[in-house]
Ligand binder design. Structure first.
Ligand SMILES: Cc1cc2nc3c(=O)[nH]c(=O)nc-3n(C[C@H](O)[C@H](O)[C@H](O)COP(=O)(O)OP(=O)(O)OC[C@H]3O[C@@H](n4cnc5c(N)ncnc54)[C@H](O)[C@@H]3O)c2cc1C
Length: 464
């Protein structure tokens, strides 16, 4: 079977870009999901690297006709097993689709799916413009970022990936190529199919191109570190900052122990006094930024905060952000899973406290940090507590839902949170999602078992 498929694929894509040998396909079998919870990949798959949408269309037509599972793959930085091929089939890697152009007049970049976030940032910077959100690892690709509707630390002021995507080219599982949206700021033509595909995690179509909104370069940025002696003081400061009309680029909650660990991991030092911190990035004109910094300083002292640390030099600001961003990397070796539960922002302190109680109940270590202004909290279950993993996960999810939240605000469902989607989403919503999936992908060939499980749908529904 596989031999026959390879022969057919060779009629579509050059031989050099079709991989079947174990040592060549190995790195396409996993993503960044921690090993203890990562789905088991099949070893029997073909990796294809097409160079354009037409080739992808032909591959999907072939796969649809022969009922072969297809797994779209971007940078492989996903944290929920989304890109892992779990059934014998074809992995389509977008890595060769790297064309990008900037339209300065319309403040738009048009990027093919294989352009990485790092590459997009570089091209946009060279064009004297900016792409303000930083929605994931810089090795993540545009296709993956769009497919996952990635978020990141800088969503406070500008929003998540969805707020920046104005158009896409997508290849449907049946092979048709659709162009949805465009360089438009207003578009009310019928149902918004584009927004259905954004965040569909590679289950409704393969995104091959995205039209991305850009911004003028921010004139000035300033990074503030607000130290506090208690989590309660720190987190109660967040709504006050936001309701005063201050709109930071990022507003992050971190704890001393984690910043020290991350700094050590990077060969840096974290010397700012305090038990917990809010890291605030401000952007705008120099006047605006200093005015906002002054007001934040005032709010912070009214809320019992310690002396605010102000980083003006760009290299110092970069170091603080790097230390914050690398908490995940510093914990990675010891971590069994990272959650990205999200609650209404004013409830984030309650969620963090409830997670502390769960940690105490199970004598576990559960570090927390996150995007405070978005209500998006990262909590890790560590490998040493793996025997209690299912119970801890279940209680953290229950607590989140009870606070009006969702089990994922960033990383998505992938293949490791499908059961929980069925548990926490209404049966009618699941029924509608299954209906949509069947309409786009009648033979369930595209990333089967991701987000929804058509095969186990009935069993999962009755289990709840
Ligand atoms: C260090 C680190 C930091 C991170 N920070 C953040 C963060 O701040 N915010 C955040 O939201 N996430 C974050 N992530 C998670 C990850 O970067 C994002 O989920 C990102 O969107 C994944 O993109 P990718 O190209 O690596 O996709 P992959 O991991 O390759 O795939 C992810 C999913 O998208 C699908 N997919 C990939 N490409 C396409 C395509 N062209 N068309 C259709 N489907 C496709 C795959 O099938 C899969 O289901 C982080 C991960 C790491 C390792």
């Amino acid at each position: 079977m596989m031999k026959e498929v390879v022969e057919k694929l060779e009629e579509i894509v050059e031989k050099d870009f079709i991989l079947t040998k174990k040592e060549l396909i190995e790195s396409y079998l996993f993503d960044e999901t921690s090993i203890p919870v990562r789905p088991k990949p099949t070893l029997n798959c073909i990796v294809v690297k097409p160079e354009n949408s037409e080739q992808i269309s032909r591959i999907l037509k072939l796969a649809n006709e022969k009922r072969i599972p297809v797994y779209p793959r971007g940078g492989g930085t996903g944290l929920v097993g989304g890109a892992v091929p779990t059934k014998d089939g074809i992995v389509i890697s977008l890595e060769r689709m790297k064309r990008i152009e900037v339209d300065r007049e319309n403040l738009i970049a048009v990027a093919e799916a294989g352009v990485t976030l790092g590459e997009l940032l570089k091209v946009v910077e060279e064009a004297g413009l900016s792409f303000p959100p930083h929605p994931g690892d810089e090795g993540a690709q545009i296709g993956g970022l769009v497919a996952c509707n990635a978020g990141g630390a800088r969503a406070v002021k500008h929003g998540v990936m969805r707020n920046f995507v104005k158009g896409i080219e997508v290849v449907l599982p049946t092979g048709e190529i659709l162009n949805l949206g465009g360089k438009l700021l207003k578009n009310n033509m019928g149902y918004n199919l584009m927004h259905l595909i954004l965040g569909s995690e590679g289950t409704l179509g393969i995104i091959t191109k995205a039209v991305i909104r850009l911004c003028p370069k921010a004139e000035y940025t300033l990074t503030l570190v607000l130290p506090f002696n208690s989590r309660h003081e720190a987190l109660s400061t967040v709504p006050t900052i936001l309701t005063k009309g201050i709109s930071p680029l990022a507003l992050e909650y971190v704890e001393k122990e984690l910043m020290e660990k991350s700094a050590m991991h990077l060969g840096e030092k974290w010397n700012i006094e305090g038990k917990v911190f809010l890291v605030v990035i401000l952007s705008g004109t120099q006047n605006e930024v200093y005015n906002e910094a002054e007001r934040i300083n005032q709010i912070c002292s009214e809320k019992g905060g310690l002396e605010v640390y102000v980083a003006e030099r760009q290299d110092e600001q970069n170091t603080i952000l790097k230390i914050r961003s690398n908490i995940y990397t510093a914990l990675k070796e010891e971590s069994a899973d990272i959650f990205d539960t999200t609650v209404p922002p004013s409830n984030i302190g309650k969620l963090a406290d409830m997670i502390d109680k769960i940690a105490e109940k199970y004598s576990a270590y559960i570090p927390v940090y996150g995007h405070a202004a978005d209500g998006n909290l990262h909590a890790h279950v560590m490998k040493k507590d793996i025997d209690k993993y299912e119970k801890i996960k279940s209680e953290i999810y229950e607590a989140t839902i009870n606070l009006g939240g969702v089990i994922t605000g960033e990383h998505g469902i992938g293949k490791i949170r499908v059961k929980e989607l069925y548990k926490f989403m209404s049966p009618k919503s699941i029924e509608l999602m299954i209906g949509i999936k069947k309409l786009f992908d009648p033979n369930n060939i595209l990333n089967p078992g991701n987000v929804l499980s058509i095969d186990e749908n009935q069993a999962l529904r009755t289990e709840q």
